[in-house]
Design a protein around this ligand. Structure first.
Ligand code: ADP
Length: 269
């Protein structure tokens, strides 16, 4: 615990002594530390592709100047690294936007079943190219929920892309929409959307930390797959803005399931 103690001398006619005030500053210190870590992480994440780009520019100016094969190869790598920086900046902007929005409840209604159908259709070709079949269940009828359509698209896109990227070895990713008459944590009726894969699964010690910014189970693998480490942090903020919950379950060798629970109604403000 970090305390700030202020002692003020009291002096005046008929008054002598001191006033002592003690304030708990632990939270401020924690927030400040998180901010510092975040800035350090962002700098590091940007510097890695930047260093690669600068190295290749140097090589193209020098040794590879008159070698068309090397030049093409290096330009491809440079394009990939620039793409990585681009995705990182896009995710940082998304994260900062959803953090700002978090207090404002979504006021519109979204048709969830249609949103899932269209999202699954959009992602099917890329999944198929990675050898993964996308399945959608329970999305036959219209389902209205209070929500922000663009943000919910972002949530399901991130979860489905992750399932394909990291859990794709199971060959199939299943998205299931279901109604719950009484969801204990949300204390009321809710809609649940789960994204399940049959991949390798995630060891349990990682599960509570997956939604932290830049937390990855395997940094090298995430980078290789074009991940920024921010996807689940963005998901968590959006779900929390919708007064919902993100539940993560995983078993080694069986696969992982990410479930988004959304309250059926807006409820009290
Ligand atoms: P990234 O950009 O690295 O994908 P995310 O925040 O989306 O960042 O995910 C954080 C980490 O969680 C990933 O790097 C990966 O290690 C792990 N992860 C996410 N989804 C899955 C999944 N379906 N199966 C296994 N691991 C996963």
């Amino acid at each position: 615990v970090l305390c700030e103690v202020t002692v003020t001398r009291l002096a005046g006619p008929g008054l002598q002594g001191a006033a002592i005030s003690i304030e708990d500053r632990s939270r401020d210190e924690e927030t400040e530390q998180m901010r510092r870590d975040f800035v350090a992480n962002v700098s590091h994440e940007l510097r890695t592709p930047l260093t690669a780009l600068m190295g290749f520019i140097e090589t193209l100016r020098g040794p590879a100047r008159n070698d068309p094969d090397a030049r093409d190869r290096f330009l491809n790598i440079m394009e990939r690294e620039a793409g990585r920086m681009n995705r990182l900046v896009a995710d940082l902007l998304s994260l900062s936007r959803v953090e700002q929005d978090e207090r404002r409840r979504p006021v519109q209604n979204v048709e969830l079943a249609g949103l899932l159908r269209s999202e699954v259709a959009t992602l099917t070709p890329a999944a198929a190219a990675a050898g993964v079949r996308l399945e959608l269940k329970g999305a036959g009828n219209k389902v209205m929920v209070p929500g922000d359509g663009d943000q919910l698209v972002q949530v399901f896109r991130n979860l489905i892309e992750n399932a394909v990227k990291y859990g794709g070895s199971g060959g199939v990713v299943t998205v299931t929409l279901a109604h719950l008459d009484h969801e204990p944590v949300l204390r009321g009726p809710a809609w649940s959307v789960s994204v399940a894969d049959k991949g390798e699964g995630i060891e349990s010690q990682h599960l509570p930390r997956l939604t932290e910014r830049f937390y990855r189970v395997d940094t090298h693998r995430s980078r290789e797959k074009g991940g920024t480490g921010l996807g689940l942090a963005i998901v968590k903020h959006i779900v929390s803005r919708h007064r919902g919950r993100l539940r993560i379950e995983s078993e080694i060798g069986q696969g992982s399931r990410f479930t988004v629970l959304l309250p059926e109604t807006v409820g009290r403000v």
